[in-house]
Design a protein around this ligand. Structure first.
Ligand SMILES: [Zn+2]
Length: 297
């Protein structure tokens, strides 16, 4: 036990040491919550993940689906880590595949929030996005229906033959980028097969990305999951840092939709059937157009 005299001297010495230490604390050590907020939104699909080649990889009871839902969380976590390295203060990850319950919550980087489960609104794969976000990232994305040399190319579901707005045929990443643009948020990075990366660059212009695989007939030639995750982490960090150089994707309203489907027969208020298997709908409100698309597809 210390004598009280010695103890008070020690306390004084420790206090002054602590003050010196505090005065020397660099700005870097400030808690992140005190810096300016930087929110990043990550929408994660499955068909464009490293290694995925067939439908049984992305759903159903196959053991490979159980494997690839872990890969999905790992690629999402790589994007979270990249965003965090670039200074993100909040990252929201949207599970964007099928019923939206693929990633198991405990598998995701705990710094992110997970938006899990289907939602009724028209934003769908972009549910939760608003104008408080600074950047959008797409992971596991795939090319639109009918794209040659692409892996598991489709638009929303197997029934959609083509979906266009104002004459531009859109992949999921295209109309999701329009939703982001509605809130003034740019898409800064896309990971998926080579076809979707090329397709989104053609549509959006400048966007960073990594092709984790290329189609060869019905097969793929692709990166290992680990190599893909490293490329995603570094790429997302680079893209979020450079977010000011990417433009939000926008079209001039009104939005005129033409939806071609394999099997028709559905109705939506204000939509007309211009030909067999073809619906048209026009509105100044993009979200109303997406509601029509969701009802008719
Ligand atoms: Zn999907």
């Amino acid at each position: 036990m210390l004598t009280s005299r010695f103890s008070s001297r020690l306390r004084a010495a420790l206090t002054s040491l602590a003050l010196v230490a505090l005065a020397g604390t660099p700005a870097l050590a400030q808690p992140r919550s005190q810096s300016r907020p930087l929110k990043v939104f990550v929408s994660v699909d499955m068909e464009g993940l490293a290694g995925v080649v067939s439908g049984s990889d992305v759903g159903g009871t196959s053991g490979d689906y159980q494997y690839f839902r872990k890969i999905m969380a790992q690629e999402a976590s790589a994007a979270v880590a990249g965003a965090w390295s670039a200074g993100a203060t909040e990252v929201v990850v949207r599970d964007s595949h099928g019923a939206k319950q693929n990633m198991l919550p405990g598998d995701l980087d705990p710094r992110a929030k997970l938006l899990r489960g289907a939602s009724a609104g028209p934003k769908n794969m972009m549910e939760g996005l608003d104008s408080t976000f600074a950047a959008v990232v797409f992971i596991g994305y795939h090319a639109r229906a009918g794209t040659p040399n692409a892996i598991l190319a489709h638009t929303s579901n197997g029934n959609v033959v083509d979906f266009s707005i104002n004459g531009r045929s859109l992949p999921e990443g295209g109309y999701n980028a329009l939703v982001a643009g509605l809130y003034g948020v740019p898409v800064v990075f896309v990971a998926g097969d080579g076809a979707v990366v090329r397709q989104l660059r053609e549509l959006l212009g400048n966007v960073d990305g990594v092709a984790v695989k290329e189609a060869i007939g019905g097969a793929i030639n692709g990166m290992s999951p680990t190599a893909a995750q490293d490329a995603i982490r570094l790429g997302v960090e680079r893209a979020v840092r450079a977010r000011a150089t990417y433009r939000p994707f926008a079209m001039t309203p009104p939005y005129a939709m033409v939806l071609k489907v394999a099997k028709d027969g559905k109705t939506f208020d204000g939509a007309s059937s211009s030909a067999k298997g073809e619906y048209t709908f026009t509105s100044p409100d993009l979200l109303a157009v997406l509601s029509a698309f969701n009802a008719l597809k």
